[in-house]
Design a protein around this ligand. Structure first.
Ligand code: HPA
Length: 277
């Protein structure tokens, strides 16, 4: 539990460090890279400079060994961009406010938009492996909420209405670029679970009946913190596995499919940023 003022101050200190290091006054777009999607970085910022995450003040430490965690910064079509490679997951034992810290950091860096990416299982049977889904809404099934850990005396900052869940105009623009990059694009509702166990058949059936189209173990904390700080966000899920297939899902499959799709995802994100005013 921490006070909103302290949380924001930490984000600002981290942002000041990053902006100074990158020689930037502010950032235009902040991108969060999902698991297995690291090859999008080469497509968005081929000449990007890298900063190890552990150098960033207040950045939560990884509890998963072997994850390449760094921040990449550079310029796309005149826009300053930062990409976070390496995410903070609830299944590592972090609370959702900590997992949402990248969104506060993005906001403190002056970002105009936060582009979230993730790997997800397809619950909607029309979604095939390797396609992408624009997150137009979400269901928080993680059993906790970032804002329950953020103290504030201001009821307006506590009781937040997250509608629409993501920015529809930006989402439409990015979807167009994803199609141009040759990806099959749908839109739908993302359900976030805590993980790390994949779901039972009964759970999958229940979540599908609730209207969820894709499932993953991330993204809700960052989206929640985006809402808390008024940062417009878009989300793209890469459908790495089809949940109702007979074969069990494996982390290797998730990472492999993510790696296949991420260069096109990166190309689309780059073109999207290039076309921003
Ligand atoms: N379930 C939960 N998280 C996931 C999945 C899944 O099927 N695929 C990728 N991340």
């Amino acid at each position: 539990m921490q006070h909103r003022t302290d949380y924001w101050e930490k984000a600002q200190q981290a942002a000041n460090f990053l902006l100074e290091h990158a020689g930037m006054e502010a950032v235009s777009q902040f991108v969060q890279c999902g698991s297995g999607l690291h090859s999008l970085i080469e497509a968005v910022l081929p000449d990007g400079k890298r900063i190890p995450m552990e150098d960033i003040p207040h950045f939560p430490p990884s509890r998963v060994p072997g994850h390449g965690r760094e921040l990449i910064h550079g310029t796309v079509g005149g826009h300053k961009v930062m990409i976070l490679a390496g995410r903070i997951h609830l299944y590592e034992g972090h609370d959702p406010l900590t997992a949402g810290f990248p969104a506060a950091l993005a906001s403190a860096c002056g970002a105009q938009g936060f582009i979230l990416t993730n790997a997800a299982g397809g619950l909607n049977q029309h979604f095939s492996q390797g396609s992408v889904m624009m997150i137009t809404d979400f269901i928080n099934f993680q059993g906790d909420n970032a804002l329950a850990h953020l103290l504030t005396e201001d009821a307006g900052q506590r009781f937040i209405d997250p509608k629409p869940a993501t920015d529809p105009r930006v989402s439409t623009a990015l979807a167009r670029q994803l199609q141009r990059a040759g990806l099959s694009v749908n839109q739908g509702t993302y359900i976030g679970v805590r993980g790390p166990i994949y779901e039972t058949r009964a759970e999958l059936a229940m979540m599908r009946s609730w209207g969820a189209d894709a499932i993953g173990m991330s993204t809700i904390p960052e989206l929640t913190v985006c809402h808390a700080f008024g940062l417009p966000a878009v989300g793209v899920s890469v459908i790495t596995n089809e949940c109702f297939k007979e074969a069990p899902v494996s982390h290797t499959e998730v990472v492999d499919i993510g790696a296949q799709v991420s260069p096109r995802l990166g190309q689309a994100i780059r073109r999207h940023i290039e076309e921003l005013p």
